[in-house]
Every structure is written in C-alpha cells, then in structure tokens.
Design a protein. Sequence first.
Length: 311
Amino acid sequence: MLLTVTLNPSIDISYFVDNLQLDDVNRAAQVTKTSGGKGLNVSRVLHQLEIPVTATGFLGGHTGELVKDGLDQLGIKHAFAPCAGETRNCIAILSENKQTEILESGPVITSKEIDQFLKNFTALIKTDIEWITISGSLPQGFPEDFYQVLLSQAANENCKVLLDSSGKYLSQALTGKDKPYLIKPNHHELAELVQKDTSKNIEQLLDYLQNPLFDGVSYIVVTLGAEGALIKDGDSYYKASLPKIQAVSPVGSGDASLAGFAAALYQRKTLPDIVKTGMTTGLLNTLEHQTGAINTEHFKDYFDQILVEKL
C-alpha cells in the first residue's frame, strides 16, 4: 500500500475566466472545487490507477470536514491528524492560457499537534505501507528540517519516500542521513539547490546532478515542462520526450506525475516504464479541467508516444 502525506492540505478552487480584468468584475465560465493540496492530488490519481492508497496529514475546522467529505465520496482512505486551525483554501484563476494563484498560508500547527501527527504517522507505516509520497511545503509552526524526521521514521520501517518539495524544505531533507528514494525538482529548483544559474541545457543539468548533495538519492527526475524530463538513476541518465498536446490546465500535473512514478514503483516496473508512467499521468492531467484527475482510457495512447532514451 501507499501512503500520501499532505501536511498543509486545502480545498482547491479553480476559476476559469475568459479574459481576466484587474480592478473589475470577472465572471467565471467554469468553477471546480476539490479536496486538494499536492499530496491529495497524488492520492486521487493513485486511486484512479487502482493503487491502494491512504492519505494522511492535518485537517481542521469546517474546511477540513469538506476535504474529508470529498475523499469519502471518491472512496479514498484517509487517516488525518486533527488541528485546531482551519484548513486553507487555494485559488487558481485560469485565463487565456495563463494561471494566477492565490494561496492561503493555512493554520499554525502547535508542537502538541505535531507530536500527535508523528504518533499517527508511525502507527500507519508499521502496517503494510511500502511507499510514501510527501508533497509540498510545511505548515506554519514546523521546524524547517521536519521532513528529515519523517525520512528517518520511514527508513526505520523500510519504507521508501518520494519527496516532492522545493527550496529550503527540499534542501534540508537532502542534508540528513536518511535520503528520499526519489525527488522531482524542475530545472529552476535544481539550479537553486546547487546555487547555479537556471538552465535547460542537458550537459549543464548533468553537471548539476553530480553535486554531492544528491548522494544517496536513488532517482532524480528533473522536469522540463513540454520538453519532458531528465532522469538520474544511480550512474545512468535518461531523457524523456513528450508528444505535443493542447493543454487545458497545468494545475496538478506535477502531482499526477508523482503519482505515476509511485504507482509504477509499487508495481515494480522497469525504469523506462516507470518514467513513461510518470510522464503519462502528468500529461493526462493537463488535459483535464479538474486538479489531480486523469482519463485512464487514454493512458496507453499517450504512454506509447513517450520516448525514453539512455544518454
């Protein structure tokens, strides 16, 4: 089974506006509201792929109950720790192929609530959990190195962690003794980690990946948007190329991609198929209005169009 961790979940609201006008009234042509946060997007895609998954994190207040209701309606198992603060809303405004996001910071989590979550997390991973995905940033009140704590607990139970975070949270996670099994920075985030200039040049990116910061990480997927991804597997490197598509919405595509990687690892697929699965689920999500959603009927069509080359 897989466990998804979303420490700062939300209700994700997407407004589709024909022509966004500042300082004026805008009417949404379409609205979607989903139980969100990056890890819950992962949960939904895993569920659509028929992979057994349980979602955990923090939920509080009326918004937290709405998140639970949304997961219950989909039949997704969950085991959240409570918090006194109100779970946040996150808004995306999509207009003319542009995306504007308004993200609430979310509740402040107390030390007592953190301790309760850790007890909950430890109990969960002592069951039949093999793989864990951890997504997003930390809520207010957390130490910056908290992901190291989760990585250490996961290692104690022989669980492998796929970590999708960035900036100081990812940097801190990579400095500990226990490493994530997979990380998924984009090319901007990779450059930030190694304190270099942003680049999409493959040779430059390969050089960045030699940094000792990444020692002990089994898989690194550097996403390149429409240009695909660069993958590091130990001492081997691969380039994934995507077919051209007309995207509907990019919201949640990175989370869908992480779900694809997690699903393929859980199913013990070969490396090329692991990469193709992750790329396919990310691509399928861009074709949907709803965050963290894919149409599995089109999976094989796009899977077969993705090229994975060893460098």
